[in-house]
Design a protein around this ligand. Sequence first.
Ligand code: IMP
Ligand code: MG
Length: 175
Amino acid sequence: MSDAPGEVLVSRERLTERVAEMAAEISADYAGRDPLVIGILKGAVFFTADLVREMSIPCELDFMAVSSYGSATHSSGVVRITKDLDVAIEGRHVLLVEDVIDSGRTLRYLMRNLAARDPASVETCALLSKPAADRLDLGTRYVGFRLPDVFVVGYGLDAAERYRELPYISVLSKP
Ligand code: IMP
Ligand code: MG
């Protein structure tokens, strides 16, 4: 198992291009609905920041933090909210923004948790989605890139808190 970023899977240019496409789609879908965009810390922080800046409609921004992985590269299946929202979401159109869906457990937990707070709607937007995610059938509305089953770092994604700062998505190691 290598422990350094190798092959570039998604270049900086391709990220910029795809984020703009997703922002355009979201802007069209949410026009007049004043969405609350919720970024999941820390992995989705760059994606969320780039996405909202490319959107052509006004929105509000908030963040949640969850812990599910520790520093290992495999899901523990345990999800815990370590930072909750600053605002109530009752009656709001919520768009949850995640970096990557692997098993889908994190997103499934968060969707249920947020749905219980009576928002007008909850949809999800993931930059990356791995094959396992399809099995849970989460109905993720916006997906940037579908990945094979590899562990990736960069553009916010980490391995034990390293490599988040890379401006592209790179493969760390094969599972
Ligand atoms: P899930 O609950 O199995 O869908 O895992 C989702 C979370 O695991 C993401 O928010 C990431 O924090 C982490 N994760 C899953 N795959 C990767 C990866 O390839 N690189 C970095 N983090 C990952
Ligand atoms: Mg994460």
